[in-house]
Design a protein around this ligand. Structure first.
Ligand SMILES: Nc1nc2c(ncn2[C@@H]2O[C@H](COP(=O)(O)OP(=O)(O)OP(=O)(O)O)[C@@H](O)[C@H]2O)c(=O)[nH]1
Ligand SMILES: [Mg+2]
Length: 331
């Protein structure tokens, strides 16, 4: 559907800051047709030549905790401070094909009207490389468009938090001011991944908020921080009233201070390595399933595994042997 458009023109459009061009480019990388995929890869290669010093910030937390509301007020503060802000949503756990439900959840009416903001509610469909891969590519496109701050909202539960933590620099975990009981409810793993905890909706109950901040601060002290030179702070905010927004902005400023850039860059390099492995695994499996010959062999092996008592490890080994023989014949 994008065949008529010249990729260099699209790239130049993105570079010139056109939101329309960026939106079209994001649809292109979500497309699953073969010609579109080739064009998307060409575009991504062009975009990866652009270096933008950026801040990639992920926000996660249970449904309704206040992620979108905070993203919107934070985004507005950041554009007023001179940043260009792009908002993306990721839902790697989602299997649905339309983006309307997700779109409803990340609307942000005020921020999306701002000239220096770009809000992309959702991938329009689950792309071939998986939603996480598409979001990573989307970050590259937004940065090529000169967006220096990328806010990624996690939508959906499950694996998504881990996926998002692996694609951003600063990972924020949002929690409700219900203190005590909640600390038990939040998975330790996700708390250990967070670079900061944000207690939301402080306007609802200031006392509960203060207790929550103290409780979470205590809980974090017992945990290993995700990076060496950073102890995760706990801050509170009312995104609706704006109280405490300064606290979150301070965390962002401190985290992205110039002297922390080398550490951030090192993390980005290791993220790229795991991104490569994840994308490779995904693509290899997709290719394998698409190939009729291997598909047949696989079906036969599955029957042997389920009915014939063939151990799965042996079956995998047999399949891999077929592939390596085939590859070496083609060399
Ligand atoms: N009182 C109060 N309500 C808030 C605040 N922030 C968000 N809310 C409300 O909480 C509800 C959920 O907010 P969202 O921002 O949509 O939460 P979310 O985490 O993005 O939700 P999902 O995307 O569905 O997981 C909405 O009704 C908001 O108006 C706040 O600071 N104070
Ligand atoms: Mg939301």
């Amino acid at each position: 559907m994008f065949r008529e458009e010249n990729i260099e023109d699209l790239f130049n459009g993105i570079r010139s800051g056109s939101r329309r061009a960026l939106a079209r480019a994001l649809s292109l990388i979500e497309s699953t047709t073969e010609p579109d995929r080739d064009r998307a890869f060409a575009l991504l290669e062009l975009c990866s030549t652009v270096t933008t010093v950026s801040r990639r910030i992920g926000l996660t937390g249970s449904p309704g905790v206040g992620k979108s509301t905070l993203v919107e007020s934070l985004g507005l503060s950041l554009v007023n401070l001179g940043s260009r802000v792009a908002v993306l949503a990721v839902d790697p756990s989602s299997k649905r094909t339309g983006g309307s439900i997700l779109g409803d959840k990340v609307r942000m009416p005020n921020l999306s009207l701002h000239a220096n903001a770009f809000v992309r509610p959702s991938p329009s469909r689950l792309a071939l490389g998986g939603a996480a891969t598409t979001t990573r590519d989307a970050i590259i496109l937004c940065e090529a468009g000169g967006y220096d701050t990328i806010l990624v909202e996690t939508v959906g539960v499950g694996q998504s938090e881990t996926d998002v933590a692996d694609m951003v620099d600063l990972f924020l975990l949002l929690v409700l001011p219900t203190a005590g009981d909640d600390v038990q409810g939040i998975k330790r793993g996700i708390m250990e991944m967070a670079h900061a905890l944000v207690v939301t909706k402080s306007d609802l109950d200031l006392q509960a908020t203060n207790i929550a901040v103290a409780t979470y601060t205590g809980a974090l002290r017992m945990m290993i921080p995700p990076v060496e030179d950073w102890s995760p702070p706990v801050v509170s905010v009312s995104a609706v009233q704006g109280d405490g927004l300064r606290n979150v902005l301070d965390v962002i400023e401190r985290f992205f201070a110039d002297n922390r850039r080398p550490a951030i860059d090192r993390v980005r390099i290791s993220q790229k390595t795991s991104w490569f492995s994840a994308a490779l695994q995904h693509e290899l499996l997709t290719e394998l399933l698409r190939n009729p010959q291997y598909n047949e062999i696989m079906k036969g092996l599955i029957v042997k595994v389920t009915d014939g008592g063939l151990p799965p490890s042996v079956a995998v080994h047999q399949l891999i042997s077929h592939i390596t023989i085939n590859v070496s014949e083609h060399l």
